[in-house]
Design a protein around this ligand. Structure first.
Ligand code: NAD
Ligand code: UDP
Length: 327
C-alpha cells in the first residue's frame, strides 16, 4: 500500500541504492531512482520496473534536478577505488556539485536529506576504532583523495546547509559493506576474492594481508539507514554505520576459499598507495541513539554473497558498467 510519501534515491541503481529502493518500496514509498549508470547497470533494479510506485530516471547529479519529493537519499558516487579512480575529476564533481544540487533541491521542496558518507573521511586513521569525533588523517593529494576529500567536502556542505538554511540532514559514515549486487569487477576485496575463488583464479592479496577492515552485510546497513532517517530531526549525525568485527584481509581470503571450496591459491600483489592499515567503526552512537547494531556475521553474509555471484557467473555474466569502459 502507498504511504503517500515520495523518496528520491540518487545512485539508486548501484549496489546499496538498489537495496534501498527495494526497502523503501516495501514500506509503501513512491521511489524515484536517479542514476547515470557510471558504475552500475539497470540490471540491479530490473526486478523493480513493474512496480507502479517505482520510476527510473537517467540523470547525472552534477546537473540540477527539478522534481517534487519528501525525502532524498544521496548515494550517487562511485564507491570502489577502481571506479572512483577511473575519472577522479568526475568523482570530486559528483560528490561536491552533486551534493550542492541535491541540497538545493531539498531546500526548495523542504525535503529531509540523507548523505551516504564514508569511513574514508577518517583516511588512514591513527585512532582505532574510529569514533565520529575523530577528524581523520587524509592525504589531500593522493589517489584516494578525489573520493575522500570529495566526501569530506560534501559533509561540510550538508552541515552548512543545516546551519544556514535549517535543512533536516542525516549523515551516515558507512564502513565497508558487502552483499548481493556488488559489481563483480569493481575491484573491492569481497567481490574480487569471491569471483576469483569461483573462477579458480589466484586470490590477489595486496601487501602481506595484515591490513584490517570490518565488513557489514548490506541488509544490516539498510536497517541502519532507516533508523537514522526516522530519528527526530535533531539527530543529524555524522554517525558511523558498520560492523565492528574486525578481520585481516588474509583472514577474509582464507574464509572465502573455505566457503567456496575453491582450489585457488593466494598470491601477493603490491599494496596500493594510501591503503588504510586498519579500519573499525566505533558504533557506540548508533547503538545508543538508533538502537542499531549489525546482526549478520561475516561467515553467513559471505555465504549469501557467494550464492549470488555463483548464480551470476552461471548465467555467463557479461556485466559491464556502462561508463567504466575499462572494466
Ligand atoms: P555503487 O558504485 O554500486 O553505487 C553508486 C551509484 O551512483 C552507481 O549506480 C553509479 O552509477 C551512481 N553514480 C555515480 N556517479 C553519478 C552521478 N554523477 N550521477 C548519478 N549517479 C551517479 O556503490 P555503492 O557501494 O552502492 O555505494 C553507494 C554510496 O555509498 C556511495 O556514495 C558510496 O560512497 C557510499 N559508501 C559505500 C560503501 C560500501 O562499502 N559499499 C562504504 C562507504 C560509503
Ligand atoms: N584488497 C586485496 N585484494 C584485492 C582487493 C583489495 O588485498 O583484490 C585489499 C585492499 O588493499 C584493502 C582491502 O582489501 O586493504 C579493502 O579494499 P577495498 O578496495 O575493498 O576497500 P577499501 O580499501 O576502500 O576499504
Amino acid at each position: 500500500m502507498s504511504s503517500g510519501k515520495r523518496a528520491l534515491v540518487a545512485g539508486g541503481a548501484g549496489f546499496l541504492g538498489s537495496h534501498l529502493c527495494e526497502r523503501l518500496l516495501g514500506r509503501g514509498y513512491d521511489v524515484l531512482c536517479v542514476d547515470n549508470f557510471f558504475s552500475s547497470t539497470r540490471r540491479n533494479v530490473e526486478h523493480l520496473m513493474d512496480n507502479p510506485r517505482f520510476e527510473l530516471m537517467r540523470h547525472d547529479v552534477t546537473f540540477p534536478l527539478y522534481v517534487e519529493v519528501d525525502e532524498i537519499y544521496n548515494l550517487a558516487c562511485p564507491a570502489s577505488p577502481v571506479h572512483y579512480q577511473f575519472d577522479p575529476v568526475q568523482t570530486t564533481k559528483t560528490s561536491v556539485i552533486g551534493a550542492i544540487n541535491l541540497l538545493g533541491l531539498a531546500k526548495r521542496v523542504k525535503a529531509k536529506i540523507f548523505q551516504a558518507s564514508t569511513s574514508e573521511v577518517y583516511g588512514d586513521p591513527s585512532v582505532h576504532p574510529q569514533p565520529e569525533a575523530y577528524w581523520g588523517n587524509v592525504n589531500p593529494i593522493g589517489y584516494r583523495s578525489c573520493y575522500d576529500e570529495g566526501k569530506r567536502c560534501a559533509e561540510t556542505l550538508f552541515f552548512d546547509y543545516r546551519r544556514q538554511h535549517h535543512l533536516q540532514i542525516k549523515v551516515a559514515r558507512i564502513f565497508n559493506t558487502y552483499g548481493p549486487r556488488m559489481h563483480p569487477h569493481d575491484g573491492r576485496v569481497v567481490s574480487n576474492f569471491i569471483v576469483q575463488a569461483l573462477k579458480s583464479q589466484d586470490i590477489t592479496l595486496y601487501g602481506d594481508g595484515s591490513q584490517t577492515r570490518s565488513f557489514c552485510y548490506v541488509d544490516d546497513l539498510i536497517d541502519g539507514f532507516q533508523s537514522l532517517m526516522e530519528t527526530w530531526s535533531e539527530v543529524t549525525g555524522p554517525i558511523n554505520l558498520g560492523n565492528p568485527n574486525e578481520f585481516t584481509i588474509a583472514q577474509l581470503a582464507t574464509l572465502v576459499i573455505e566457503l567456496t571450496g575453491s582450489k585457488s591459491k593466494i598470491v601477493h600483489e603490491k599494496l596500493p598507495s594510501d591503503d588504510p592499515r586498519q579500519r573499525k567503526p566505533d558504533i557506540t552512537q548508533a547503538r545508543d541513539i538508533l538502537s542499531w547494531e549489525p546482526r549478520v556475521q561475516l561467515r553467513e553474509g559471505i555465504g549469501e554473497t557467494i550464492d549470488y555471484f555463483d548464480a551470476l557467473l552461471a548465467q555467463g555474466e557479461t556485466w559491464k558498467a556502462e561508463r567504466v569502459g575499462v572494466l
